[in-house]
Design a protein. Sequence first.
Length: 130
Amino acid sequence: MLAEAAGARPKEACGLLFGTRGQGVEGQERITAIRPAANVAEDPTRHFEIDPATLIAALREERAGAGGAGLALLGWYHSHPVGEALPSAQDRACASGDGRIWAIIAQGQVRLWRDCAHGFEMLPTCLAPG
């Protein structure tokens, strides 16, 4: 994601996050794959909008059990070429409170956020080897 964000500058990079949903006591989700998507926003230097065709295809794959080799669509990612890895006012305005993960890339770092009904909550992040 860092390399993609750097390569997209000055535009915002965006895409989908795939992985496994948490089970058992820990209930942790694990992001294991990403799928870059075209940013079709009217002004991609200031906003992101994931290409609807890419999103619809991923949702269909997930429903059919084939999303990213059987992986669930956990959320989306995008970069902030200028700013911090925090939800912007635009991000908050576009959030749906659906519980999905938002990965925001800025200043050489990736931060994960949960899109909750009451706003964004920062998620703890642990990078697994591999």
